[in-house]
Design a protein around this ligand. Structure first.
Ligand code: SAM
Length: 250
């Protein structure tokens, strides 16, 4: 398959190492079943699971059939001993396809895409097009002006996660939502501000130890490589405020 917005393999590996580091520290015991939400044309979670030598089953939920075809092929290569089960549904419609009890829920940077996909309705059709970034920026700017719709969408996505956490027994939930590159360009803040609001609401459903997580995140996957030791980066990707790690609050 020809992917227009191809992944940066080094970045995939880097974020994968952070997930692996968290899993190694917070999940004790044998991992059998994990669930991933919305990988897109990416494979950070595959690198994370390779790092921890995972050999169980992974359920992967994504609304795009093309994404799942890509992910199935890519993950099979990175994780030859893992059983991959693709669930081609939206998150809210996938609950019956996922076991009632599983070990890890994993997702990297899914909230912004879930929000804008809900707003655009035809998000998946555009996902692998050359104009995708432009289409997305326009959609975020338009959503950014509509306070009522922002709140409606945030509440809808929050309710989906709340219901999922209530209906499933999940040992550990690990989700990231660091700021996108666009955030650091002052002109376009809508996306990360709306996303942060939604992520914080979902985070309130989880019992979390931020201090402990920050200790876990204090490590350097690329050693002394200056490119991965900058303050902006570490404050963003390796900071507990941009992660959900823990169990649902009872
Ligand atoms: C760009 S990816 C997310 C980021 C990616 N995980 C990464 O590591 O860079 C977005 C994916 O979310 C999927 N998606 C959006 N809304 C969804 C929903 N409600 N349920 C399931 N998948 C969804 C899209 O089909 C797309 O493949």
């Amino acid at each position: 398959m020809n992917i227009v917005n191809d992944a940066d393999d080094e970045w995939e590996w880097y974020i994968g190492q952070i997930f692996a580091q968290i899993i190694k520290n917070v999940y004790k015991g044998e991992l059998k079943a994990v669930v991933e939400i919305a990988p897109g044309f990416r494979y950070k979670i595959a690198y994370a699971l390779k790092e921890i030598n995972f050999k169980g089953k992974i359920y992967i939920i994504d609304t795009s059939k093309e994404v799942l075809e890509y992910v199935n092929e890519k993950y099979s290569k990175i994780l030859p001993n893992v059983e991959i089960i693709c669930v081609n549904k939206s998150f809210e419609k996938s609950f019956n396809d996922i076991p009632d009890k599983f070990d890890l829920l994993l997702s990297n940077h899914c909230i912004d895409d879930m929000i804008i996909a809900e707003y655009m309705k035809n998000y998946s059709e555009n996902l692998n097009s050359k104009e995708f970034k432009e289409i997305l920026t326009k959609a975020w700017m338009s959503l950014g002006k509509n306070e009522n719709q922002i709140n409606e969408i945030i509440n809808k996505i929050f309710d989906e996660f709340k219901e999922f956490f209530l209906s499933k027994e999940i040992s550990t939930i690990i989700m990231s939502q660091y700021k996108s590159n666009l955030y650091f360009k002052d002109s376009f803040k809508e996306m990360d501000e709306i996303t942060e609001k939604c992520f914080k609401k979902i985070k309130n459903l989880i019992e979390m130890n931020n201090e402990y997580l920050n200790k876990i995140l204090d490590f350097f996957p690329f050693g002394d490589d200056e490119r991965y030791r900058g303050e902006y980066l570490l404050n963003n990707t390796q900071n507990a405020k941009n992660w959900i790690v823990g169990k649902k609050i009872k």
